[in-house]
Design a protein. Structure first.
Length: 307
């Protein structure tokens, strides 16, 4: 199977933007040129790579595999570009917004290393909830923002014009229950647990998982309390107030007394991505460098170490 690797970058643009028109705008080519490149790529691959729906284009499993290959090509090009420019020339301030668990576990521990590697590069972090971060991002008070989504809902909402999204990490959701309350997870019915679900603030990706469970089981899943911080959720679970869905990163380095953390089929994964404005308008070496550092740090993080 021979194919032109440049077409993989076209497919990647469609995957990130959610449609041919938006991808054409990002790549600064015509929509017909995008369609032609996709048709040629599908012919070369011998498989359908996209499903076109009224809400946009959705990648098939083969398309997802091809898009991942496109990401590797893009990553290699960014590394080469950074090396050619020279580390000493990477200077400036990059403001990155994000949520607690990613900042605490993936970003902050690497700051000393990055500061030594790029002494003229200042990475400023802003932690807040999703609505506040996106408001700052649209106002251009942030250069990039790390976002979280339930993997089954990610990509369903098209990005605003001029935004692009780069995947960083997919991690499993965990079910947290009071210690000893579930003897086994075999054939576990998530709609009939012995304790109620804890509510989480509406913009969190955890809430989308509860919505997905309501839809898939048809059950009337009610919640008690409402938490924002994972430490609060763990305290409520330990007190026997309910059960919670928590992402793996949020459990890293956290005391987990009086709770059991379970892997349950059907919970799915949390998709973490970096949103930024189109790097081609204009190119920003500091922002490109920070995006690369975030990708590399996320790729090196082993979510399997949390149990």
């Amino acid at each position: 199977m021979e194919m032109d690797p440049r077409r993989l970058l076209v497919l990647l643009a469609v995957a990130r933007t959610g449609g041919v028109l938006a991808a054409a705008d990002e790549l600064r080519i015509t929509p017909s040129a995008v369609s032609q490149q996709l048709t040629k790529l599908e012919n070369e691959a011998g498989q359908a790579l996209l499903l076109r729906t009224p809400k946009g284009s959705v990648l098939t499993p083969a398309g997802l595999a091809m898009a991942e290959a496109g990401e590797e090509i893009e990553r290699a090009l960014n590394v080469a570009r950074s090396r050619m420019q020279g580390q000493a020339e990477v200077a400036g301030v990059v403001r990155v917004g994000g949520f607690t668990s990613f900042m605490r576990t993936v970003v902050i521990p690497r700051l000393p290393e990055w500061r030594e590697q790029y002494p003229q590069l200042q990475i400023q972090l802003v932690e807040d909830d999703f609505p506040a971060l996106m408001r700052l991002f649209r106002q251009r008070q942030l250069d990039a923002v790390v976002v979280e989504q339930d993997s089954t809902t990610s990509g369903q909402r098209p990005l605003a014009a001029g935004m692009v999204e780069e995947p960083l990490l997919d991690e499993p959701w965990k079910l947290v229950v009071p210690a000893g309350s579930l003897l086994t997870t075999d054939n576990l019915d998530l709609s009939r647990l012995p304790l109620p679900w804890l509510g989480v603030e509406p913009s969190a990706a955890n809430m989308a998982v509860l919505g997905r469970l309501r839809h898939s089981t048809g059950a009337h899943i009610e919640t008690v309390h409402q938490y924002q911080d994972t430490l609060t959720a763990l305290a409520l679970v330990a007190a026997g107030e309910g059960v919670a869905i928590v992402p793996t990163l949020a459990l890293t380095g956290v005391v987990q007394d009086q709770v059991d953390i379970l892997d349950v089929p059907g919970l799915g994964t949390r998709h973490i991505a970096l949103r930024r404005f189109d790097r081609r308008r204009p190119t920003s070496l500091p922002l490109d460098t920070v995006a690369r550092l975030l990708r590399e740090s996320a790729a090196a993080f082993d979510t399997r170490s949390v149990s």
